[in-house]
Write a protein that binds this ligand. Structure first.
Ligand code: NDP
Length: 413
């Protein structure tokens, strides 16, 4: 039987329908290649001049907390989906990924600068938390009716600034607009007390409430064609140790982690800039930029861990407007923010595993350039059947644009 990646695109979609993972309507949506309705596109950006399609790939069999999921990834970089599938396969050998998700909270900061009596302002605000909560509820009554809203208020003096942190439960939304609405209303109220408008009232994309995912894989499962599992696992752990002391490596490590997380965030119609900013700030929370993942070997087992905050939503923002985002949610079995956070943290971990294993084994370029040949063939001008033929020819030998163009010219003679 052919594997999923060996099927044609139409066969893959049909296989998902047959497995009960996609409805027929969703299959039509995928295969239609229809652009966004003009009204939607017009609504999602200013000065709209067109649309910009990207391919959607699928990570199959990502096992998280005992359940198996299929996660859609949208992006332009070949090899990300293949690596994620490879990582998911290795993680399954260890029973999959275990994830703990913290309560979903988004904080806002209302900041006052150069107050005449900052200490008195701090005391005043701390004494009026009930009024602040009432103003927050009035600013966004529907989130309170849904069981969320402002949960906590913290006040600090920071040099010549007074910072009021509003911790909000946005329920199943990512929460940026909800939190900003609350922050601006509370900012006006505090400004009336302090006889000075706030400097800023805005959510923070920072959070130290990280989603934690771990995996424990028998070393045999990470063996390569050229090296046994124990050796590969030890090299993965040593690369992880090096990332702890080297920012060059830590940054690239985290870029690899975000390959999967960002691509899944886009597929889910979410704000990938918020997720990226939060992840990298978390990586630097100690004052030093560190890897988001760690790997170590004990008792013939490779242990991996990721800690990453994930500001995601399953409603609101552009999620409802982008029909394929809803499809990606259904395909992955995502019903809540916690589901999405668990899957994306697990994805980041297995993506990292596949990347570091390739790095210490055959090297990144072998797989990359293999897949890059397809993109090169298209860039050289190949169309239709030529793409597959040229990709095949490019596999052996230099993978350069000049060679691709030369081979294409020969093919067309
Ligand atoms: P929305 O402003 O769309 O608010 C959430 C919406 O979802 C509300 O209309 C709410 O309805 C509805 N909803 C339905 N069910 C639920 C539920 N169970 N829980 C919560 N809400 C529900 O989205 P967000 O506040 O999440 O803001 C996200 C958007 O903000 C993204 O597009 C992001 O790009 C953008 N943004 C990001 C910033 C940043 O990250 N720095 C800054 C500014 C904007 P109802 O009103 O009836 O409650």
């Amino acid at each position: 039987m052919r594997k999923f990646y060996q099927l044609t695109r139409a066969e893959r979609v049909q296989a998902l329908v047959d497995a009960g993972l996609l409805s027929t309507a969703d299959a039509h949506l995928l295969l239609a290649d229809a652009p966004l309705p003009q009204a939607t596109a017009e609504h999602l950006t200013e000065n709209q001049i067109g649309q910009f399609p990207l391919p959607m790939g699928l990570v199959r069999g990502l096992r998280v907390n005992g359940l198996t999921h299929d996660v859609a990834l949208v992006g332009e970089e070949p090899s990300v989906v293949a690596a994620a599938n490879n990582g998911a396969r290795m993680a399954r050998a260890g029973g999959g990924v275990t994830v703990q998700v913290p309560p979903h909270r988004v904080a806002a900061e209302v900041v006052f600068a150069d107050l005449a009596e900052p200490e008195a302002a701090v005391r005043l605000i701390e004494a009026q938390v009930a009024d602040i909560k009432a103003a927050a509820a009035a600013a966004h009554p529907s989130i309170v009716r849904r069981g969320g809203g402002l949960q906590a208020v913290h006040v600090q003096q920071r040099q010549q600034f007074v910072k009021v942190t509003l911790v909000v439960d946005p329920q199943q939304a990512m929460g940026a607009n909800i939190v900003n609405t609350i922050a601006e209303r509370v900012g006006r109220l505090l400004g009336s007390w302090l006889h000075q408008p706030p400097l800023i009232s805005i959510l923070s994309n920072y959070s130290d409430d990280a989603v934690i995912a771990t995996v424990a894989i028998p070393v045999n499962a990470v063996a390569t064609r050229h090296a046994d599992g124990a050796t590969v696992a030890r090299l993965i752990a040593r690369t992880s140790d090096f990332a702890m002391i080297d920012i060059d490596r830590a940054t690239t490590n985290n870029k690899g982690v975000m390959n999967g997380i960002a691509a899944a965030t886009i597929a889910l119609g979410n704000d990938y800039r918020a997720v990226e900013a939060g992840a990298h700030a978390y990586a630097a929370r100690s004052g030093r930029y560190l890897p988001l993942t760690q790997w170590r070997v004990a008792d013939d087992t490779l242990h991996g861990k990721i800690a990453v905050p994930l500001q995601l939503g399953v409603v609101g923002g552009a999620v409802g407007a982008l029909h394929r985002a809803g499809l990606a949610q259904r395909l992955a079995g995502i019903k809540t923010v916690a589901d999405a956070q668990a899957l994306l943290a697990a994805l980041g971990l297995v993506q990292n595993l596949a990347a570091v294993r390739a790095l210490v084994g055959p090297g990144i370029q072998a797989g990359h350039m293999h897949l890059q040949a397809g993109a090169l063939a298209v860039a050289a001008g190949a169309t239709g059947d030529e793409v597959a033929r040229l990709t095949q020819q490019l596999q052996a030998g230099d993978k350069t644009l000049a060679r691709a163009q030369h081979l294409l010219a020969l093919m067309r003679q």
